[in-house]
Design a protein around this ligand. Structure first.
Ligand SMILES: Cc1cc2nc3c(=O)[nH]c(=O)nc-3n(C[C@H](O)[C@H](O)[C@H](O)COP(=O)(O)OP(=O)(O)OC[C@H]3O[C@@H](n4cnc5c(N)ncnc54)[C@H](O)[C@@H]3O)c2cc1C
Length: 450
């Protein structure tokens, strides 16, 4: 007799609805890059996404600044990430500082800081302006749809991954829950870009349970951003007082709690941050939504009454996806540490890069499952290392390399773990990306047996 709180499930069969060389699960920044990169290498690719749009946290989570893509004035993340930025900019959906403005100085700071396009990891004042981009979430969806169609990726939205098909230690495909029932998709290589390591965990790969604050990101409309910025500089004492109270009301934000977006009068609010919640638990996810909205409307009441520029503001939208920074983290062939990130350690098998740090191929390979690659915010890193290396551009860099690695595995008929990292770098470079194989002057070279 099973315990009363366990319901037995009857075994059955699931129709196979698609087969491809490469199956990518999760259409966020990493998954988008992986799918396009693998397809551009000539593979057939199926991309699976649970929500009705592509972009993950970048669009549905309304995370609207692309950063961590510079080492001083060197632009470190190129490839599909830059392609996305340039295409969005061409349709007015992204804004970034021109090369001549990427420097330190109050003139450029006052222009670009309201967009959040400055080096936020240095304490020097004013922070230097660097390559970073502010974008519109629907612009992201539009451009990714275009690029996915141009590449010829077979996209399956509204498909929620639920089960890994594993045979003799090798993943052979996935099962998704859909309105049409359960569906199986088979592939030679599967790439887990779900952000929460759903596929690798289900396939039996080792992982650790990470956690970090969550955020119900939102946008306000009807904001006079010029008036708000004038208040900041012309009456700094009054500004400091009101701004402090605004932050107290929202209860958890970065120094600048609102930033400009490409849409005039609409600002992005990367807050309120909430701690002590487990983003893998339905109860905590639900609590975050209710508590986040309560704080957002309290802030709106306060700034309408007290903050110049916000008198007529209103809530445009709260991000449809909860802002989850960290949950499960792969325990792969190598686990990247905070020291590796902080000391810019360069590995013999570096295949991707972020700001000034590098990602070894081993951090994308599960130890215990074959045929599987992992890219994005759930890659193999310690909790503290991931907090410093999980921004959208580095996730796209990893995704592009994973897509290329999968394609190389398919064409050679070998397991992904046997693919030569140097071959991955060569193909990523041919695609216009910078896989970080050539260390910058300030990198620390790690001598490791090849
Ligand atoms: C509030 C917040 C603020 C941030 N600020 C910044 C910032 O300013 N700049 C920056 O660059 N980065 C920022 N980040 C980090 C960045 O947004 C993420 O680390 C990045 O989006 C990770 O990309 P990803 O593709 O790995 O994962 P995600 O963006 O999480 O994408 C995962 C995708 O997989 C899909 N998926 C998940 N599970 C399943 C399933 N079971 N079946 C099918 N599909 C599934 C999801 O719907 C999603 O589309 C922020 C993050 C948060 C939460």
């Amino acid at each position: 007799m099973p315990p009363l709180d366990l319901i037995p499930e009857s075994p059955g069969s699931v129709p196979v609805v698609a087969r491809a060389d490469v199956v990518v699960v999760g259409g966020g920044p990493a998954g988008f890059a992986a799918a396009v990169a693998a397809r551009r290498e000539g593979c057939s690719v199926v991309l699976i996404e649970r929500y009705p749009y592509l972009g993950g946290l970048a669009s549905g989570g309304m995370v609207l600044v692309l950063d961590d893509m510079n080492n001083g004035q060197e632009v470190t993340v190129t490839g599909l990430c830059m392609e996305m930025i340039e295409r969005m900019a061409r349709i007015g959906a992204a804004v970034y500082p021109p090369v001549e403005d990427r420097r330190q100085g109050w003139d450029v700071y006052r222009t670009w800081a309201p967009w959040g396009l400055f080096d936020f990891r240095t304490d020097s004042k004013p922070n230097a302006i660097v390559m970073a981009a502010a974008f519109d979430p629907d612009g992201w969806k539009r451009v990714s749809n275009e690029m996915i169609v141009e590449a010829g990726v077979d996209v399956r939205l509204h498909s929620w991954f639920s089960k890994a098909i594993v045979r003799d230690g090798r993943i052979a495909g996935v099962i998704c829950e859909t309105k049409a029932g359960r569906q199986a998709i088979l592939g030679d290589v599967v790439i887990d870009t779900s952000g929460d390591l759903d596929v690798a965990a289900a396939a039996g790969a080792k992982f650790t349970d990470g956690a970090y604050m969550v955020t119900t990101v939102f946008r306000l409309g009807g904001v006079d951003t010029e008036a708000a910025e004038r208040f900041r500089y012309e009456d700094p004492d009054a500004f400091a007082k009101v701004d402090k109270q605004a932050k107290r009301t929202i209860g958890g934000s970065w120094d600048r709690w609102w930033l400009k977006t490409p849409l005039p009068g609409i600002v992005w609010c990367n807050c309120p941050h909430m701690t002590g919640l487990d983003a893998m638990k339905v109860e905590d996810q639900t609590r975050a939504d209710f508590e986040g909205r309560r704080r957002i409307y309290a802030l709106v009441d306060f700034v309408r009454a007290n903050m110049p520029g916000f008198e007529r503001c209103y809530v445009v939208d709260v991000a449809p996806q909860l802002g989850v920074r960290q949950t499960r983290l792969l325990e792969g062939e190598y686990v990247v540490t905070k020291d590796d990130v902080n000391h810019r350690v360069h590995f013999h098998d570096t295949v991707a890069r972020g700001r000034d740090y590098y990602t070894p191929y081993r951090a994308m390979l599960p130890k215990d499952v074959d045929g599987l690659l992992v890219a994005g915010r759930h890659y193999s890193a310690t909790e503290s290392a991931q907090k410093l290396s999980r921004e959208i551009p580095p996730c796209m860099s990893m995704g592009q390399s994973a897509g290329v690695a999968a394609a190389l595995a398919v064409s050679a008929g070998i397991a992904p773990r046997r693919v030569d990292p140097k071959a991955i770098c060569a193909r990523v470079r041919a695609q216009g990306g910078d896989p970080g194989d050539i260390p910058s002057d300030n990198a620390r070279i790690m001598e490791t047996a090849a």
